[in-house]
Design a protein around this ligand. Sequence first.
Ligand SMILES: Nc1nc2c(ncn2[C@@H]2O[C@H](COP(=O)(O)OP(=O)(O)OP(=O)(O)O)[C@@H](O)[C@H]2O)c(=O)[nH]1
Ligand SMILES: [K+]
Ligand SMILES: [Mg+2]
Length: 366
Amino acid sequence: MGIVEKIKEIEDEMARTQKNKATEYHLGLLKAKLARYRAQLLEPTSKSGPAGTGFDVQKSGDARVALIGFPSVGKSTLLSKLTHTASETAAYEFTTLTAIPGVIEYKGARIQLLDLPGIVEGASQGRGRGRQVVSTAKTADLILIMLDATKSEEQRRLLEIELDAVGIRLNKKRPDVVFKKRTTGGITFTSTVKLTKTDEKTIRTILAGYKLHNCDVMIREDITTDEFIDVLIGTRKYIPCLYVYNKIDSISLEQVEKLAQMPHTVVISCEMDLNLTFLVEKIWDELGMVKIYTKKRGDHPDLNDPICLRKGSTIESVCNGVHRSLAPNFRYALVWGKSSKFNPHAQKVSITHPVQDEDVVSIFTK
Ligand SMILES: Nc1nc2c(ncn2[C@@H]2O[C@H](COP(=O)(O)OP(=O)(O)OP(=O)(O)O)[C@@H](O)[C@H]2O)c(=O)[nH]1
Ligand SMILES: [K+]
Ligand SMILES: [Mg+2]
């Protein structure tokens, strides 16, 4: 009998078994067995693709948000609450076995929310399908670390370790270091600030360790040695993160207040519908989305169908948001709004002009 059949058998037996004092222990055993089989299902097999690749879910919408957490913290419950997609939820661990995408619609934007299997300690080392989960997290524009408010604080640190191990840096900026490889000329080292957490000698030792004998290094921020290594490796992902504590219906008000005061933190209860709207607002803020309205010559701006972009986007992204034929044929654009030098009047701009929230843009092509 395969694992899937065994799981089915246990689930059937659980459904048949009446819940009462006498069956409590037996049900507990079944639950434990079920969790074990489901965990086995999550282990990589030759069929499930090489370790280190994420789930094959098409990116869609204006941004992607990934739900990362231990089993049974309520990830699927949240997906079902915030989107029109239902993801199976249950009281046993490893209910979700693959990536399930849903869409949050907010302020005209479509944000993809990705429900993922729960991960366990050691996920990044290839235990279970966890490696696939953390690899998928790398593709997100925002990570929601979902935590069970009734469980110990330790869970948060353990998850951070797993994400760190695959090169994800949470709520951190890329270190301000310019690093250029050369073919000759040795190492030029400059630092525009006083280094208090590392020094030139350490950095030169590291460079030698990586067999980098010709390069330019310019450090413009008081970085740590680890941050310098991140720059060298180059594939680090700097992703914003919100810590979402669920199940606050089961803890005291004092505890709720304590959690809510922590930075980048939102406390919610999916079951009691507490703070879910606020969570969506925070997701929007953290993603740094802007809304751009387009306007055809002589028309009013189209206020019903804004283009949603990440903060810092340029006219080029606006072009691509309308149609991919626009950018190659671009002549100039007119912008009204915060990014116009002459606000409230229009400014004529090039394709590299950065737009701001609620700008109105007209694009002129050749
Ligand atoms: N008390 C309480 N229970 C909740 C809340 N949200 C979800 N649950 C319960 O927590 C259990 C797990 O929920 P799921 O949504 O399946 O959790 P998950 O994180 O998707 O779990 P896996 O897919 O197994 O990793 C279910 O029994 C839910 O009913 C909440 O706000 N409060
Ligand atoms: K579950
Ligand atoms: Mg789930």
